[in-house]
Design a protein around this ligand. Structure first.
Ligand SMILES: [Zn+2]
Length: 232
């Protein structure tokens, strides 16, 4: 799932899981009446392949920079190794693949081998990177939005928050396969508990998960389920 953050004169693009998504995003912008020149950055919510495989190609095609959180930025410069959910967690995730229609990345995504978004991947972006914002800092080019660190599902997971409207782009920290649930796939459950507490403390009216439809209605965070261990 790709999200476009729209400001009066700028657009932020979040998550591109495949190069095949690039023309779809450009079509969507055309429909919205927004020019490619308005894109101020493209950002993955975290460095997992299904969020990042189209990022570098999109940035280079439009000549825009890549925005990463501090931890993801450290990983791309080799100063930090990212943990992934354990094998047991990944086994649990297998049934969610057919649930999403068995998506499979096209050949263009594999030209870089396992260069992006896999355990041990170097994540060497060729496009220019912006300086990573600190936790809570405003997002460059998008007034009213801020970037928050949200580790737990991934060490480098970030959240995009707009306190004025209560929008929270949550990446894989929140899912919606069953009406809205906390993600059971974690690399660190203590970090995740802190991120859950952070999200509960924020003004949130609309939750935008990376997988599944938008979660809104009354108190979307309070309604998130914690799944029992047998559910994928
Ligand atoms: Zn993920």
């Amino acid at each position: 799932m790709t999200y476009l953050l729209l400001a009066p004169r700028s657009v932020g693009v979040i998550d591109l899981g495949s190069q095949a998504d690039i023309p779809v995003v450009l079509d969507a912008m055309r429909v919205l009446g927004r020019a490619p020149s308005e894109v101020c950055w493209v950002a993955p919510t975290h460095l997992h392949f299904d969020h990042v495989l189209g990022i570098d190609a999109f940035a280079r095609r439009l000549g825009v920079p890549i925005l990463l959180g501090r931890v993801a930025h450290e990983a791309t410069t080799g100063r930090r190794r990212l943990r992934f959910p354990s094998r047991l967690h990944l086994l649990r995730a297998i049934p969610t693949w057919p649930m999403q229609g068995l998506p499979f990345p096209p050949w263009a995504d594999w030209r870089d081998g396992f260069g992006f978004g896999f355990p041990g991947a170097p994540n060497r972006f060729r496009a220019r990177q912006l300086a990573p914002p600190e936790h809570g800092a405003p997002l460059p080019g998008l007034p009213g939005w801020s970037l928050l660190d949200g580790p737990g599902h991934a060490d480098d997971a970030v959240l995009f928050h707009h306190p004025g409207s209560g929008c929270l782009v949550a990446g894989d920290t929140v899912r919606n396969f069953y009406g809205g649930e906390w993600n059971p796939l974690l690399c660190d459950r203590h970090d995740y508990a802190r991120t859950q507490a952070l999200i509960r403390s924020l003004p949130v009216e609309t939750l935008l998960p990376a997988h599944g439809p938008v979660i809104n209605g009354p108190e979307p965070v309070a309604r998130l389920r914690t799944l029992p261990a047998w559910m994928p």
